[in-house]
Design a protein around this ligand. Structure first.
Ligand SMILES: Cc1cc2nc3c(=O)[nH]c(=O)nc-3n(C[C@H](O)[C@H](O)[C@H](O)COP(=O)(O)OP(=O)(O)OC[C@H]3O[C@@H](n4cnc5c(N)ncnc54)[C@H](O)[C@@H]3O)c2cc1C
Length: 448
């Protein structure tokens, strides 16, 4: 089913009074994830338009998965039994300017939410590389942007409403439910169907984005901390060739005392004279405005523009988080694999993320640097490369991105997440019979 057909079918059910099954295979094609590398294991796709419908559906099904915007590359969202889409439930439910909070229904995407917030004079603290993803799908997998002082997107969550396996509604808040809340926010779709999410907001701000080309690897090695702290958000793109970082993307907040001083030279890299795509051969038309042009936060924090294809489209992605203090060693370890990695790579990105308190976040109690790989879509090759990269990174105890491809063992994951037993306890409490479990969770979390 094409993306357009998926959207059209979902739009058709918005006015329906009861939960509807969508004919996912209507075009003769099975439902796939965004990148098309994963064909989901069932064609039973239902769509809800109200909390009551979600409750009724959860009660009536033995097993199901909530489906967001389908941007994960692995099978975390997959189901053999049935999907529930909340895409039509995409309203802003309430904004509280005094408390600086917004509550939204679970189907909303950042692309829908951000212009609304801007219109009300507010902003989010950070965004991922693309605005196309659902807020809930992003937060439940600990999706992140860049900036050493910025926590991942789920750190903005201050409240959740979800339908648990019994069909009951559970409300959690950061203040009231401290520990349970910290366990539930990065919930990997395992605890229930989230129907509402509350996010912290802040007064709107403007930004400028500059891109620099050809940062020598030696400069990165010697000045990593200065480079990372040079602006609100810093992204390093490399193909691991020629001992250099191909592009440095610097996103700077325009506010007293915080502006980035854009000199033509940045640690040996040269300021670009035209907009660029992270993958040099692709059109920069898909990318957010660069060259220091002033713009609102939500049109500078992502790399890719709403309404345009983000990244390359036909691709695979992997990403590993390592502790910040090992960042340079970990980067150099991957660089040593350049001759194996580069031929199959579209681009790599290196980003810094602040520590947080969310049990299943890769940044749990750990300032982190994430090393990301956008691969050519060739799983037989990539599946052989990942163990090689994982072996090189093993001394730094990497934590893989929950929504991207990795071959790390369940045992390694258990070692990496010391709150895993507590998380399992939450799963058993809210989903005692495994209604929301799937192959991914069975293997990686429950160790079956
Ligand atoms: C081009 C591209 C660029 C990307 N850039 C970044 C980036 O910059 N940073 C980053 O960290 N990641 C990035 N990602 C990964 C992406 O952010 C994650 O895969 C994210 O989970 C996508 O959200 P989704 O709604 O599409 O999730 P889906 O794939 O639809 O689902 C993911 C998980 O969320 C669960 N879920 C969805 N909705 C609900 C609900 N209502 N209740 C309970 N569980 C739910 C699903 O069951 C599943 O377990 C990128 C992906 C792509 C394709």
């Amino acid at each position: 089913m094409t993306k357009r057909m998926f959207i059209r079918l979902l739009a058709a059910i918005v006015a329906a009074p009861v939960i509807m099954r969508l004919l996912a295979w209507a075009g003769g094609e099975r439902l796939k994830n965004w990148a098309g590398n994963l064909e989901y294991s069932t064609d039973r796709l239902y769509a809800a338009t109200s909390l009551q419908q979600v409750q009724d559906h959860v009660k009536s099904e033995n097993r199901l998965k909530a489906l967001g915007t389908r941007h994960c590359f692995n099978n975390i969202a997959d189901s053999k039994d049935g999907f529930l889409s909340l895409k039509a439930m995409n309203d802003v439910i309430a904004i509280d300017p005094a408390a600086r909070r917004v509550t939204v229904a679970a189907g909303i995407t950042y692309g829908q939410l951000c212009p609304y917030l801007e219109g009300k004079g507010f902003a989010l603290h950070n965004l991922a590389s693309l605005p196309h993803i659902s807020v809930v799908g992003a937060c439940t997998t600990a999706t992140h942007g860049s900036g050493e002082k910025n926590g991942n997107l789920s750190t903005a969550v201050s409240g959740l409403q979800m339908v648990t396996a019994s069909g009951d509604v559970l409300k959690l808040s950061r203040e009231r439910d401290e520990e349970t809340f910290r366990g539930a926010v990065v919930g990997l779709g395992a605890l229930g169907v989230i129907t509402e999410i509350t996010l912290e907001i802040q007064p709107t701000f403007t930004m400028r984005q500059y891109v620099y080309e050809n940062l020598p690897l030696s400069a990165l090695k010697d000045h990593f901390d200065e480079i990372e702290s040079s602006a609100y958000s810093v992204s390093l793109f490399t193909d691991w060739q020629k001992q250099r970082i191909n592009e440095v993307w610097i996103k700077s907040r325009v506010e007293p005392g915080a502006a980035f001083d854009s000199t033509p030279d940045f640690f040996g890299a040269k300021r670009a004279t035209r907009n660029l795509h992270p993958i040099a051969e692709l059109s920069a038309e898909n990318c957010t405005e660069q060259m220091g042009v002033l713009g609102p936060w939500y049109e500078r924090l992502p790399h890719f523009r709403m309404g345009f294809t983000p990244s390359a489209g036909k691709e695979l992605q992997s990403e590993y988080f390592v502790p910040r203090q090992h960042a340079v060693e970990a980067i150099l370890a991957v660089e040593r694999l350049r001759d194996q990695v580069s031929p199959h790579l579209l681009i790599s990105e290196i980003r810094a993320i602040a520590a947080d308190q969310l049990w299943m976040s890769p940044c749990y109690e750990q300032r982190s640097v994430a090393i990301h790989f956008t691969w050519r879509q060739d799983w037989p090759v990539v599946s052989k490369l990942l163990p090689i990269i994982e072996k090189e990174l093993a001394p730094f105890h990497p934590r893989p991105h929950w929504g991207k491809l990795s071959t790390m063992s369940p045992t390694a994951l258990k070692d990496a997440y010391k709150r895993m037993p507590d998380f399992l306890g939450l799963c058993r409490k809210y989903d005692p019979r495994g209604k929301f479990r799937n192959e991914f969770l069975n293997k990686n979390i429950f160790g079956d």
